[in-house]
Design a protein around this ligand. Structure first.
Ligand code: SF4
Ligand SMILES: [Zn+2]
Length: 143
């Protein structure tokens, strides 16, 4: 689905080659940095999209930055960001609860008469499909 801001992107209205040719890199930067009204949105989107992209695969001028510049910015941001630790299970007896998005969590919601969240409802529907298809509710190991 297109995001609303993408409709306002300058690069939609110009020849996309401008953003991907060395010869026009300066022009592309100027359009992004001086004329595009959605540069901020574009920058956050591309950094997120490229989070797992090898630096050498970051192509084109996007949000006014070359691939190398985006890689550098991403690296400097992640160096500053606090490392997220996985949340420790709350203290208390018993097994840790299954997280939402699993069939056991779905059943727990029902048992506790809690509203069933969307993730759990989806997980339950998936395992129903799985059961009908294979006769087992065991989800096969990740493919
Ligand atoms: S900032 Fe992003 S959306 Fe705007 S012209 Fe540049 S690449 Fe396109
Ligand atoms: Zn849930």
């Amino acid at each position: 689905m297109e995001r609303e801001w993408e409709l306002r992107a300058i690069c939609r209205r110009e020849d996309p080659e401008v953003w991907f040719s060395r010869r026009t890199a300066a022009r592309a930067k100027q359009l992004c940095l001086k004329e595009c009204p959605v540069r901020e949105e574009c920058l956050e989107a591309i950094l997120a999209r490229e989070a797992k992209t090898a630096n050498s695969m970051r192509a084109g001028i996007i949000a006014g930055l070359t691939g190398a510049e985006r890689a550098k910015l991403a690296a400097s941001r992640s160096a500053k960001a606090p490392v997220k630790k996985p949340q420790a299970a709350p203290p208390g007896p018993g097994r840790p609860q299954a997280p939402c998005g699993t069939r056991s969590a779905y059943q727990r919601h029902l048992r506790k008469k809690e509203p069933v969240c969307a993730a759990c409802r989806a997980a339950n529907a998936r395992s129903g499909v799985q059961y009908r298809r294979t006769g087992s509710s065991q989800v096969p190991a990740a493919r």
